[in-house]
Design a protein around this ligand. Structure first.
Ligand SMILES: Nc1ncnc2c1ncn2[C@@H]1O[C@H](COP(=O)(O)OP(=O)(O)OP(=O)(O)O)[C@@H](O)[C@H]1O
Ligand code: SF4
Ligand SMILES: [Mg+2]
Length: 320
């Protein structure tokens, strides 16, 4: 392995696109004279993740975050673009998704030891499996005796620990974490985020972390990508994005981020309605909500490019 090899990203996504045909059935369209409707859920998104680091995708509901994760996981096929996931030696990378609501992915009739053991079946004889399950439960802060309980006997935060244990049982190296803490109370959220950070440091895991909340990603992210209606509008090192946001949309998101220390404090709501990805405005899709919008913004779509301040930004008003 040369020094150069170690710098290759574990995941490289280039110009990724995914459209969905959400038209009414053909006969109905014939009767109502409706045209075809195509949603561009993900539209030309590019980013890379270095091994052992966290890349966070943020943006409002419907901007395409989960679709990106599903494409990376191979659960959807891209309409355009490419996804390369590889280790320096070229071997396959084991990846696992962790969802917001782990109860949906745990069989309610199975003791959780059995759910965690699933990925171990091929690898370990039954005698060794029990010990490994206990070890994994301890790794995520639960007790080995918890293996004999059912999912409903755990709190939301504990269930999320169980789904992380299951990902570790599968020897996952890349975790696709889709809003893993959004359903949890703030204090429990912080505990799960701490666990994720600790596991990353100990095991060298790589994370694609998805959240609509910028204050949640601050703790974990090395880089952040901000999405708006299927497109990346700002991408860069997390300090740049959080402390010196360039794109008007990132600034708006930061102004409305609930404060983790004082979550009840009133903040201004995000102005304007989110336009539909079915029918995005021409030019910059953010223009109807943007305080800086000018004529050019309604005519020409800004491309993501390096800004003078460092991060990559797609905005006509930001100096390159
Ligand atoms: N299978 C599908 N068929 C049709 N439309 C879809 C499908 N999957 C996603 N979409 C649409 O693509 C867009 C992006 O959806 P996606 O779930 O990726 O957003 P998201 O950023 O994860 O939102 P949320 O924060 O609500 O989870 C939405 O407009 C959604 O309705
Ligand atoms: S391109 Fe124009 S409308 Fe879009 S964010 Fe920049 S200033 Fe606002
Ligand atoms: Mg989602």
């Amino acid at each position: 392995m040369t020094d150069n090899d170690t710098q290759l990203p574990l995941l490289r996504v280039v110009n990724l696109g995914r459209s969905f045909d959400v038209s009414e059935p053909f006969l109905q369209r014939l009767v109502t004279n409706a045209s075809r409707k195509i949603v561009k859920a993900v539209d030309g998104v590019s980013f890379s993740i270095e091994p052992g680091t966290t890349f966070s995708l943020v943006g409002e509901s419907g901007c395409g975050k989960s679709t990106v994760a599903r494409l990376v996981a191979g659960l959807e096929k891209p309409t355009s673009g490419s996804i390369a996931i590889r280790k320096p030696g070229g071997e396959r990378v084991r990846l696992q998704m962790v969802f917001q609501d782990p109860i949906g992915s745990l069989n309610p009739r199975w003791k959780i030891g059995r759910s965690i053991a699933e990925p171990l079946r091929q690898k370990l004889p039954q005698s060794a499996r029990r010990a490994r399950i206990g070890e994994l439960l301890a790794t995520v802060g639960l007790s080995p005796g918890d293996a004999d309980k059912y999912p409903h006997e755990f709190s939301g935060g504990q269930r999320q620990r169980i789904s992380i244990a299951r990902a570790l049982a599968a020897d996952a190296e890349l975790l696709l974490l889709d809003e893993p803490t959004s359903a949890l109370d703030v204090s429990v959220q912080a505990q799960v985020l701490n666990l994720l950070k600790d596991l990353q440091q100990r095991l060298g895991l790589t994370y694609l972390f998805i959240s609509h909340n910028l204050s949640v990603v601050r703790f974990l992210s090395d880089r952040i990508g901000v999405m708006y209606l299927g497109r990346m509008v700002e991408e860069g090192p997390s300090e740049d994005i959080l402390d010196h946001p360039q794109h008007p949309y990132t600034r708006l998101l930061l102004e409305t981020v609930p404060d983790l220390e004082a979550p009840k404090r009133d903040r201004a709501p995000l102005g304007g309605d989110i336009p539909s990805p079915l029918n995005p405005p021409p030019g910059c899709a953010f223009n109807p909500r943007c305080p800086l919008a000018m004529d050019l913004c309604r005519q020409k779509r800004p491309e993501l490019k390096p800004s003078a301040a460092g991060a990559n930004v797609a905005c006509h008003a930001v100096a390159g």
